[in-house]
Design a protein. Structure first.
Length: 159
């Protein structure tokens, strides 16, 4: 009986994670004010504001032109690329420009996230420490290695 309920809980958790992933994918692909939204009717969406949070720089053509990728691959951006490197994480606010002959995002704001790599590493370190200490919580705190016991002493104390 216990195994069945644990299996049901685990299945529900996996189903919830899959549902959240599918929801994010749907929102990311169909959100208004995105690159794909502008490309559906480029003439009507001239000078629309585009926001690209935490995108990766995939190439740098010259001092004033680079491409970024995340959900959409290789979005061309016209803006200052002097302090950028390929692989850097950036947030860009831009205006959509169709009249220049090819669709392009004209950068109005750029933020380079230089400490993003350290944030990711710190997150992995926290997970590794937690995974390493988890067995300690079950074995060393109980006093009997390898034995899980029901906590009944608190119930006796309160009754």
């Amino acid at each position: 009986m216990i195994g069945t309920s644990r299996g049901a809980i685990a299945s529900a958790c996996v189903a919830a994670l899959v549902a959240m992933g599918l929801y994010y994918a749907r929102v990311a692909m169909s959100a208004e004010q995105g690159w794909r939204w502008c490309m559906e009717a480029p003439e009507a969406r001239q000078h629309s504001v585009l926001i690209f949070p935490l995108w990766t720089v995939t190439s740098i053509e010259n001092d004033h032109h680079y491409t970024i990728s995340k959900v959409v691959k290789d979005v061309p951006v016209d803006g200052d690329s002097l302090r950028l490197q390929v692989g850097a994480t950036v947030s860009v606010v831009a205006d959509f420009d169709w009249n220049s002959g090819a669709p392009i995002a004209r950068q109005t704001y750029l933020e380079v996230h230089t400490l993003r790599v350290w944030k990711e590493r710190l997150g992995v370190l926290g997970f590794v420490i937690m995974a390493g200490l988890l067995p300690w919580c079950f074995v060393l705190l109980r006093g009997e290695p390898g034995v899980l016991a029901e906590r009944t002493r608190w119930v006796r104390w309160r009754t």
